[in-house]
Design a binder for this molecule. Structure first.
Ligand SMILES: *Cc1c(COP(=O)(O)O)cnc(C)c1O
Length: 402
């Protein structure tokens, strides 16, 4: 055991302010330790974390099987490049493929943006022989901060000051099938979207939308590429959120929760599409390293052993009961959007002040798209923790002066 860091939040924050670039909005809290849905700051104050790791903490903080697996792996082999084979990487590829139900082969990287970059490359390689390179994406999408993924992200506020974007991206209003059909021409290669929009405010697809997009792709020879970076690996009650609908995608991208908080991204695709990524076309030095892959395998083991796909659904339904009851009493709540442990509460007011008040009361949540409270709780959160957290959020909203 190392000796715990005894510095105060104020000391660490002063240091960070001096030496870190200020590209994040941070709360003045220095976190030092976590356990499940609890997390503690440097002063020993405990918080209930309903947004662990910005969606990466699907099993909460320091889940025991991941801790044990990483501790074992770090002493065996930390990183080797992809010029060699490792068992954790091969095992993880099989585990992810088995869970698609349609086979699939994997490429590994380290983040969601990178996973989407690989998907965009696949779209171009797939379309090239027919002169196709354009990708249709949806308004209010979020695909990451690198230039390809950013160009795919149809939100002008994220492009501001960074233009020009990568050419070849066309944006359709989310949920509008006809608008997508109108954008498709002889140069279109793929459609890329989140099956449930996360950062855009927990937006579920309208009935028939994903099936309709699949049909458009089939009719036009396009790849249907699903960004499951936020929805993937069991969060919604299925391994991949698209499994709630009757579709088979061509490409699925993953990151965030896939290794329970250890940095890992990946892409799963049909073998004939995967074959387009040949040596020299794409690579990631850290991608699929044994440490991250062991963590991801431990996450899958935990889901299987503890029946967490079912639990994700129960978690969502418990939050739904709380928030629908609140909606009856509180005019600030206008809609509740939930799929498993992916929870959006639409407010009639700005969410930032609500998040701050919850923080003051020891409950960590997020607000996105100005007016949506977003919760991405751990699926192993207890009923008592859900009730306590919802109690605080309800109290804050019922006493909130907009
Ligand atoms: C977070 C997110 C990304 C970007 O992931 P990074 O790991 O931050 O690059 C991409 N797509 C979706 C849907 C996300 O939620």
């Amino acid at each position: 055991m190392t000796t715990p860091d005894r510095r105060s939040s104020a000391d660490v924050i002063a240091l960070a302010k001096q030496y870190l670039i200020g590209n994040y909005t941070r709360y003045p809290v220095c976190l030092v330790r976590g356990d499940g849905s609890w997390v503690w700051d440097a002063e020993g104050k405990r918080y209930l974390d309903l947004f662990p790791g910005w969606g990466c903490g699907l099993l909460g903080h320091c889940p025991p099987r991941i801790v044990t697996a990483v501790q074992a792996q770090v002493a065996e082999l930390i990183h080797v490049p992809n010029t060699w084979y490792t068992a954790p990487q091969a095992d993880l590829a099989k585990a992810l493929s088995d869970r698609t139900g349609w086979g699939g082969v994997c490429f590994f990287c380290n983040s969601g943006a990178e996973a989407n970059e690989a998907a965009i490359k696949l779209a171009r390689l797939h379309g090239r022989p027919r002169g196709r390179y354009k990708v249709v994406t949806m308004t209010n999408s979020f695909h990451g901060r690198t230039f390809g993924a950013l160009s795919a992200t149809a939100q002008p506020k994220y492009h501001a000051g960074l233009e020009p974007m990568l050419p070849g991206f066309l944006y359709a209003p989310h949920g509008d099938l006809d608008a997508v059909a109108k954008l498709i021409d002889t140069e279109t290669a793929a459609i890329l979207l989140e099956p449930i929009q996360g950062e855009g405010g927990i937006n579920l697809p309208p009935a028939g939308y994903l099936e309709g997009l699949r049909k458009l792709c089939d009719q036009n020879g396009l790849l249907l590429m699903l960004d499951e970076v936020q929805t993937g690996m069991g969060r919604t009650g299925k391994w991949y959120a698209h499994q709630h609908w009757n579709i088979v995608p061509d490409v699925v991208t993953l990151a965030k929760a896939v290794a329970g908080g250890v940095a890992l991204g990946g892409l799963i695709t049909k073998p004939e599409v995967g074959a387009l990524l040949k040596p020299g076309t794409h690579a990631a030095t850290f991608g699929g390293n044994p440490l991250a892959c062991r963590a991801a395998l431990a996450l899958i083991d935990t889901f299987d052993a503890d029946h967490l796909l079912d639990r994700a659904v129960q978690v969502g339904e418990r939050f739904r009961r709380h928030f629908l009851a609140l909606k009856e009493k509180c005019p600030l709540v206008t809609e509740v959007r939930i799929k498993g442990a992916m929870i959006g509460v639409q407010l009639a007011v700005d969410g930032a002040a609500v998040v701050q008040k919850c923080l003051d009361r020891g409950v960590l949540i997020n607000s996105t798209h100005q007016t949506v409270l977003r919760l991405l709780p751990a699926v192993n959160i207890t009923d008592e923790q859900i009730d306590a957290g919802c109690g605080v959020i309800a109290d804050v909203l019922l006493n909130h002066q907009a």
